[in-house]
Structures are given as C-alpha cells and as structure tokens.
Design a protein. Structure first.
Length: 242
C-alpha cells in the first residue's frame, strides 16, 4: 500500500501589490489567485482555497445576477453594507461582523450590490471547494460581532462543527477572523495548508516577517506560528485547511 507524501514545509509570502488587479469604473478588485481574465497556471489555489478577492465596490453599483455551481462562497464585509439576493429566495444585508455563506451546490444565481448609493463598500469574498458535489443550494448568515470583540481569533465559517460559525460543506476547512488590537498575539493553527490574509492594518508572522494591508502568507505544513498585530492593529482572515 502506498501513500501520498506530504508536501515539504513552506512559508510563501505574497505581497499586496503583486496580486492580479481588475480596475473598472465601479469596481476595484485585487485577486490572490487566477480569476476571470487573469490566468496563471502556477497560481490557481492554495489547498482548498480557490478565490480570495479583495473588492471595493462604488456606491449604487454591484454585481448583477450571475450563476455559481458546486462552490462554498464566504463573504466578509470590512466596511459598508452588501445587499445579497439569490434564487433560493434568500435576501441578506451583510455588514461588518456578519458571517455569510452561500452553498452553490446544483446551481444558484445571485446578485450582490452596494447597499449605499454613495459610500464605497469594501469586502473580501472567498471560495472553497465543497467535499460533496451536487448538494441543494443554501444560504446562511450569522452575526459574530460579540465574539470578535474578545480580541482573539473567531471561527467564521466551518466544516468542522465550530459553535457560532456558519456551516460550510467542506469538512477540512475553517475560516478564522480576528480584529486584533495593537500588539495582540494569536496562534495561527497548524494544518496542511493555511492562508493568512491581512485585510486591514499591519501584523508580523513568525518566519514570514512584517505584513501590510493586502499581504498574504501561504503556509504548507508549517506548524503553529505566532501572529502579532502591528501598532495600529489588524483585521485578519485565516483559512485552516486539512
């Protein structure tokens, strides 16, 4: 009997300015992985994470109705409010601290618009592969602001049964978020693949150095590591993938 060898430990720092960039009159989007018209066969995913889009959407605009299939989609709003509508009948007003998950399954259409006519909206949208294809499409949202106020890492979306998180159909993935005060130290979990994204502020990761807004680190079998928020604090999104 043979087994697939584990990948060697790796720490791969990806700087914000090196991401793919889509600039439209209504959208300013930075893509951590190949997306849309941006293609690089050597940068299509990290573990189960296929999309990490850092979007700013102008007031009164957004994404018109479009389809998805067999994907777990998690949206995290950093500033402003997102109006979500989909073909399951779900309607949501997504604001900072509200975890939102849409399971596309057999197929779903949805629209996403800036709820404000004037103010910009800033969000991160992330896609992970499901562990089961062809499920019934579904939607879930949950306010986790009280948990975030504790200052540590909080489970946002989990396929491993974390209390308080929205449920994703991927047993090997958990998304953690933290609103970290200056100098706060948290432990990045140990997993086969971990994606650390500094959405706002600055931080320092052991073995990776200083990180600014929009920077990411792709960890492969790298063990637990300390993450320290910078002098102005940080909001971080961390995918743990087994």
């Amino acid at each position: 009997m043979t087994s697939t060898p584990l990948a060697p430990p790796a720490v791969d720092v990806r700087r914000a300015a090196d991401r793919f960039h889509t600039q439209l009159d209504w959208l300013d989007s930075w893509h951590s992985f190949s997306f849309g018209g941006h293609s690089d066969p050597d940068n299509v995913h990290h573990g189960l994470l296929l999309v990490n889009n850092d979007d700013r959407i102008r007031g009164g605009t957004g994404f018109p109705t479009h389809p998805h299939r067999d994907m777990e989609i998690v949206t995290w709003v950093l500033d402003g409010s997102l109006e979500h509508r989909d073909s399951t009948g779900a309607v949501g007003d997504i604001y900072p601290g509200l975890a939102q998950r849409m399971s596309a399954g057999t197929g779903v259409t949805h629209s996403e618009y800036n709820a404000s006519a004037t103010a910009d909206l800033h969000l991160v949208q992330m896609w992970v592969l499901p562990d089961t294809r062809g499920i019934e499409p579904s939607y879930e949202q949950r306010d986790i602001n009280d948990a975030l106020a504790s200052g540590g890492l909080v489970p946002v979306a989990s396929g491993r049964g974390h209390e308080g998180a929205v449920t994703i159909h991927q047993r090997d993935a958990v998304l953690w978020a933290g609103r970290l005060a200056p100098g706060t130290v948290v432990t990045v979990p140990d997993a086969a693949h971990v994606h650390v994204f500094v959405a706002v502020g600055t931080a320092s990761l052991a073995g990776a150095g200083d990180l600014a807004t929009g920077d990411a680190v792709r960890l492969t079998a790298a063990g637990e590591r300390a993450l320290t928020a910078g002098p102005d604090g940080a909001e971080v999104l961390i995918w743990e993938m087994h």
